[in-house]
Ligand binder design. Structure first.
Ligand code: UN1
Length: 482
């Protein structure tokens, strides 16, 4: 298809009402492609198409759904290098990360292809004589999806794949910054044979297209991944008035990584640097609070700084780059704002935090590590969403756990230790949805539940078989069999 890339509504590629140039953050002179923005009226047409397609799709056979999702998986995996490159070009994570995320998307479609065939119900004897009770799962209806820019292919995939597998129809609005990967996924599924209207793509701005999806009476469920402030607005719009939509929100994190005196120093440094700075720190699962025990603190900080000095921050598409640019100017401004705030609050900048010049104009930032910070500083409490982490020194495991839990977030939490006792205690007592022992807080498996507690998440988990909680609704049927 020739540029500009269009929206898919009711099985047709349609023009929008304006064009959005998709800019490469590694080289702002490079336009990845031109993507149309939908009008509000088009968002309404997409919802109507999804509603019209629902009765037939919800009754399609598991085999039909399996074949389409499997075909999509096969194509994504076959095109992993090309799609991974598109991802890295539009979002700025390294090519290895972009290809890795694309493979994950392919694996997600394969997993949910299998789930089409595995959706089971339950049958119980009733407490009344001669009565049987069946519990079955049915699709929810039209699912509206609003996806963020930081995982341009994985997040749309882990929302679209289960939605379709369980028989829902979809209207998706990807992040305006990175429409390319969602466009590619929708194109692949469309060609894989999805009936018209089952999956509709409306690219554009949240304030326009997103708002229509959130408020429309014919959208039955909303799944959103993004920031806490936007998540709160999404909840108000989706539930407010008489709307009461089913809702799933994945929002921010201020994820702790505890490093105890008995940790393997090499492992702890790799886990911390990967979790804090890879993917340019732009992960809701990033380790942003490094809570380090006294006895290992100085060695750990020194080794982290040495490791950071060896990181290559450059064009995401260049071989040898470890960390790509920040996604855009406004995110870069936000990162620099927090670096300034941390300094003002009295934190010590152990390394980094400077803007870097590279061959091409891009948003290059040296990852920043702060020490001598407390858990009450803003740098410890507010999500930066960039390559910025701070070290909090603690005396004991108990103090570390208390600080790890002292946050309004609860997505992911890690501990580096060689002690089974502390690892086990941490798994039991951490107030996060995902716990990592001697592993980075970011970078999760695709076949198990993903999600958090407290301010990080709302509603049922995403991914793995648990995704059915959001994408299906339970029906309890009673039969008097005589
Ligand atoms: C991961 O760490 O592997 O937006 C996934 C995010 C998360 C996904 C993280 N929803 O960063």
């Amino acid at each position: 298809m020739n540029a500009p890339f269009k929206n898919l509504i009711a099985g047709e590629w349609v023009e929008g009402n304006s064009v959005n140039p998709n800019i490469n953050p590694s080289n702002t002179k490079d336009v990845v492609g031109e993507y149309v923005r939908a009008s509000k009226a088009q968002a309404e047409e997409a919802i109507a198409a999804a509603k019209a397609a629902f009765p037939a799709w919800s009754r399609s056979t598991p085999q039909e759904r399996y074949e389409i999702l499997k075909k999509a998986s096969d194509e994504i995996l076959a095109r992993k290098d090309e799609l991974g490159r598109l991802l890295s070009r539009e979002e700025g994570k390294t090519l290895a990360e972009g290809v890795g995320e694309t493979v994950r998307a392919g694996q997600i479609f394969a997993f949910f292809a299998g789930e089409c065939l595995r959706l089971a119900g339950e049958k119980l004897a009733s407490v009344r004589p001669g009565v049987e009770v069946d519990m079955t799962r049915e699709p929810v209806g039209v699912v509206g999806m609003i996806t963020p820019w930081n995982f341009p292919i994985a997040i749309p995939s882990w929302k679209i794949a289960p939605a379709l597998a369980y028989g829902n129809t979809v209207v998706i609005k990807p992040a305006d910054l990175v429409p390319g990967c969602s466009w590619a996924i929708v194109d692949i599924l469309h060609r894989a044979g999805l009936p018209k209207g089952v999956l509709n793509l409306v690219m554009g701005r949240g304030s326009e297209v997103g708002q229509v999806i959130l408020e429309h009476k014919d959208v039955d469920a909303i799944t959103f991944t993004g920031s806490v402030p936007t998540g709160r607005k999404v909840a108000a719009a989706a539930i407010g008035g008489s709307r009461m939509k089913k809702l799933q929100l994945e929002m921010g994190g201020k994820n702790p990584l505890v490093v105890l005196d008995d940790a393997d120093l090499k492992v702890a440094v790799e886990v911390a640097v990967n979790g804090a700075f890879f993917s340019t720190g732009q992960r809701c699962t990033a380790s942003s609070r490094l809570i380090v025990q006294d006895g290992i603190h100085d060695k750990f900080v020194e080794a982290c700084v040495e490791r950071m000095k060896g990181l290559v921050i450059d064009d995401a598409l260049k071989a040898g780059t470890h960390i790509g640019p920040v996604v855009d100017q406004s995110q870069l401004d936000n990162d620099l704002k927090y670096i300034a705030i941390a300094k003002e609050e009295g934190a010590r900048l152990a390394f980094g935090g400077e803007l870097l010049n590279r061959e091409t104009p891009g948003f290059y930032l040296q990852p920043a590590l702060f020490t001598e910070t407390t858990n009450s500083m803003r740098i410890s409490r507010e999500e930066v969403f960039g390559p910025v982490a701070n070290v909090i020194r603690v005396k004991s495991y108990d103090e570390a756990l208390a600080i790890a839990n002292d946050t309004e977030f609860g997505l992911s939490a890690g501990i580096c230790t060689s002690s089974l006792k502390y690892a086990t205690h941490f798994k039991r007592n951490s107030e996060a949805g995902m716990i990592m022992v001697n592993l980075p807080t970011a970078g999760v498996d695709y076949h198990v539940p993903f999600g958090g507690r407290k301010g990080s998440s709302y509603g049922p988990r995403e991914q793995g078989a648990y995704a059915r909680e959001f994408y299906t609704t339970v029906k309890t049927a009673y039969t008097f069999a005589g």
